[in-house]
Ligand binder design. Sequence first.
Ligand SMILES: [Fe+2]
Length: 317
Amino acid sequence: MDVKNLNLAPPTGEQLLPCNSAFATHFNRSDFLFDHGLAYHPLFELSALRGLAARIPKYQNFVYWQNGSVNQEESWAANPASRLSLDETLAGIASNDSLVVLKHADQDSVYGPVLQEILQRIYDYSSPALQADIILGESLIFINSPRRKTVYHLDLESNFLLQVTGEKLVYVFDHADRSLTPHNELEDHCCGNINGAIYKPERENDAHFYHLTPGHGVHFPSTAPHWVHNGDQVSISININFDLVSVHDRLRRIYRMNRSIRRLGFKPTGPGTSQLRDTMKTSVSRSASFALDLVRRINKDPDASASYPMWRPNRTA
Ligand SMILES: [Fe+2]
């Protein structure tokens, strides 16, 4: 697809993502609203996104879709309706109660330039401390059927959700509330259970509630639980997310080490209780990862998706 010939060139610079002081003050601290310039942009119409879906490399987990309606307390693995193909799901998204997630869109030849500019602009708007914490970024496209819900969950990534078409009601909970998300749920998530966060209906009123419309976005920090209820139209939104040193190279390692320690019969302390213990666990985990990576290289691990390119910030801009 030639973007210029089809007159699909998206805005750039401040028209794409205006500067907002909250990027510097609230990024990964608390949720906040911001504006963007991609509302109803034709590059994100369903016909164009079906092209993106066809181009995404056929690696495991590069595309996710779920057919049939779910409630917020259900899991990503719920299988409430007959499985459709990805293209069938997209073609009938207006009526088939489905959710599609197209991952690694920032590496696509058509969508890469605009999505990578958003990633870089958010990085540029961030505080120096947050910039130093960012390891890499990624962009995903969400396509939801009318009135469909997305299950309650948390992400280790720090999230920016940009609404392009349709509307969404987004419920975001406090990332730091251990009475809502106790250590055992975070440990589960960090050890690979993407359904580790358990929905608690009695805490629903504690959520911050956002009615997202085209041209607006919401940020929520790493590990902030959330669930989404789509409006009456098909919704298309862009997810921009960042991996952080403090989370992916520290918090996750500590929880994983705690799981190993617990299996040996001990009771580990949660992250943040002892800086010394946290540092020791992180160091041991890094050494183990290094050894495992060495074994994989020696055995020529054939997982090609492991070397798929990821966006990294231009730190000299
Ligand atoms: Fe999420």
